[in-house]
Design a protein around this ligand. Structure first.
Ligand code: DX5
Ligand code: ZN
Length: 228
């Protein structure tokens, strides 16, 4: 089985926005693979966060790819703006996207990677017709909207299901998880098949975010080496 290199994707939602550039540089130096940016509109999720200008500033402050997670209604309307601001990957929610196929094509037209996120209550089967043409499936392991929530353990089955489908059909998507990811559940998630660990609180709400990234990478690579 081809194994994609494991990625740690710090979610800046938990960072100190007053010194965002420094926060991002610290996790970049520690070996983070990608910066995860949570965009919330107060409609699709009950919270408001950040938007296009922050992505534009970040793209100048880091060499890492930017993962833009759109927790917004009508995400297709904003694909071009985020791509122009410097997003490398754009992730939309299946639940927020009526014309998912069209939005995936739009993201690709902007030369970005396309990802689809699934809420905890949404089955993997909802993605059956698009799994051959997305670069990431993001399994939400909390209900989206807030950082610092508790991991929902039932979501691990979806990771295994996606991994099985991927190997059966030889698809190329990465499997990501987002929400409540900590050092404690890193090994279980990686063993289940995760390629990208998105983590906010467990990285930025520590004394040393760089050390937290290094430790999570270590836990993940230990779990990979123990896999049969
Ligand atoms: C949740 C966001 C997450 C969030 C994760 O709605 O999509 O990316 O920042 O935060 P933690 O790691 O604190 O659960
Ligand atoms: Zn997210």
């Amino acid at each position: 089985m081809t194994r994609r290199p494991l990625e740690i994707a710090p979610s800046i939602l938990a960072a100190n926005f007053a010194v965002l550039g420094e926060e991002v540089r610290a996790v970049e130096a520690a070996g983070a693979a990608v910066i995860h940016v949570d965009v919330m509109d107060g409609h699709f999720v009950p919270n408001i966060s950040i938007g296009v200008p922050i992505v534009a500033s970040l793209s100048k402050a880091t060499r890492l790819p930017l993962d833009v997670h759109l927790m917004i209604e009508r995400p297709g309307d904003f694909v071009e703006a985020f791509a122009k601001a410097g997003a490398h990957r754009i992730l939309v929610h299946q639940e927020a996207t009526v014309h998912l196929d069209r939005v995936i094509a739009l993201i690709h037209e902007q030369n970005c990677e396309a990802g689809v996120a699934l809420n905890p209550a949404t089955p993997v089967a909802m993605l059956k017709e698009v799994l051959d043409r997305v670069e990431t499936v993001l399994v939400m392991t909390v209900n989206p909207g807030f950082g610092g929530q508790k991991f929902i353990p039932q979501t691990v089955d979806k990771i295994r299901e996606l991994r099985d489908i991927r190997s059966r059909y030889d698809y190329g998507f990465r499997i990501g998880v987002d929400g409540g990811v900590t050092l404690e559940n890193t090994a279980e998630l990686v063993t289940a098949g995760v390629d990208t660990l998105v983590a906010g609180t467990s990285i930025f709400h520590t004394k040393d975010p760089g050390a937290a990234v290094r430790q999570m990478k270590q836990y993940a690579s230990d779990a990979i080496s123990q896999r049969v």
